[in-house]
Design a binder for this molecule. Sequence first.
Ligand SMILES: Cc1cc2nc3c(=O)[nH]c(=O)nc-3n(C[C@H](O)[C@H](O)[C@H](O)COP(=O)(O)OP(=O)(O)OC[C@H]3O[C@@H](n4cnc5c(N)ncnc54)[C@H](O)[C@@H]3O)c2cc1C
Length: 393
Amino acid sequence: MEFKIPTQLKMIQQTVRRFVEEELVPREKLLPPLSGDLDPAVFADLVKKMKQIGIWNLSVPKEYGGVGLSWIGQALVNIELNKSLLGTIGVGLTVMGEPPIILYDASEDQKKRYLLPMIAGDKMYCFAQTESNAGSDPSQMETTAVLKGDRWVINGRKIFISGGDRADFAIVFALTDRGKKARGGITAFLVDKGTPGFTVARQIETMGGHRPSELVFDNCEVPQENVLGKVGLGFDFAQKWIVQGRLLNHPPAAIGAAERCLKMAIAYVKDRVTFGKPLADRQAIQWMIVDSAAEVHWNKLMLMHACYKADMGKEVRHEAAMCKVYASEMGCRVVDRVIQMHGGYGYTRELPFERYYRDLRRSRITEGASEVQRFIMARSLLRGYSPLDLLAE
Ligand SMILES: Cc1cc2nc3c(=O)[nH]c(=O)nc-3n(C[C@H](O)[C@H](O)[C@H](O)COP(=O)(O)OP(=O)(O)OC[C@H]3O[C@@H](n4cnc5c(N)ncnc54)[C@H](O)[C@@H]3O)c2cc1C
């Protein structure tokens, strides 16, 4: 067993770290306090720089002209990116630009129309599954798609869709067989912006930078060529996408944020004197630091192990749930302690903590709330699953 990052990956990690320190952190003041919408010119400039230094399309396989980074590599990069508020957590750098894993399962024609333009940076997508009465349990969705002649007609509403306002196309999940529901009755459709009957009804303000949209499908017709995968297999696609996000988005966001905030706290408490002594000398403060560092540490190890399994082609649904729930809860706890150690200054908008605090809170709800992740884990453990099976082999 080796705990070592391969040299090439180490170099990528260091390049990203430098980019974050030199380009992202200085631009954090440009982020509007209540939204993640960077000025498009600033966003485009950052993307251009990322492309120039070779840290764009990292997840894209080599045969598609990308870097073909492993899951471990992607997790490490996302940890680094989230040491700025402009990383994946606040602004969606990389996450919004890189194609979702499920587009690689698309037909050749769909790859030309959706995957390749995404890789080129010409298109963005959104993932439209949640409905007002079907969030944690998407099998209860009521949006329907009915085949009329050679076209599918979609009717329904989707809520909380990240990037829905900016997306060039939506991956929309709809009921195609009410009797079967999640077991073969849900299908994924590729729906272009501007398709008659498809509108963005509103953007929803949240406590963080995210402003997800409500989407409406009113007799929205799409051709049969826009079925992603096979009719009835939409739920499997959605699960594949969600597992990727649970591992590569939420835990790295929490770990990156916690590492940065904790580092700032350690520097601060050595300097800040109260009642004649630096805060760092107080056991109450030391315990906050120790507990936070240990929590970051085990979450990172757990994430690396899960990504290692994913890189070996193993099923990681359980691990993804485990990493998401513990990392997202850890991130909120650590940032909370860091705010406490900074006192009044920690609560201000002059330091990044309050923004991290608001943005990280989302991770405990989206792509499966903590309670739902625990339910997924309990189900697999009670069936006899052992997440450490690789060590036992
Ligand atoms: C900022 C943001 C961005 C989002 N982006 C997207 C997106 O891009 N695409 C998309 O499709 N969806 C998106 N969502 C939706 C998100 O995935 C859902 O909000 C989430 O799955 C929870 O569903 P719900 O809000 O309907 O809560 P509910 O399902 O009503 O659950 C409410 C609460 O009840 C608890 N709970 C639920 N089930 C159980 C259970 N079995 N046992 C115990 N407790 C339970 C949990 O604490 C949960 O938070 C986004 C949401 C937000 C807030």
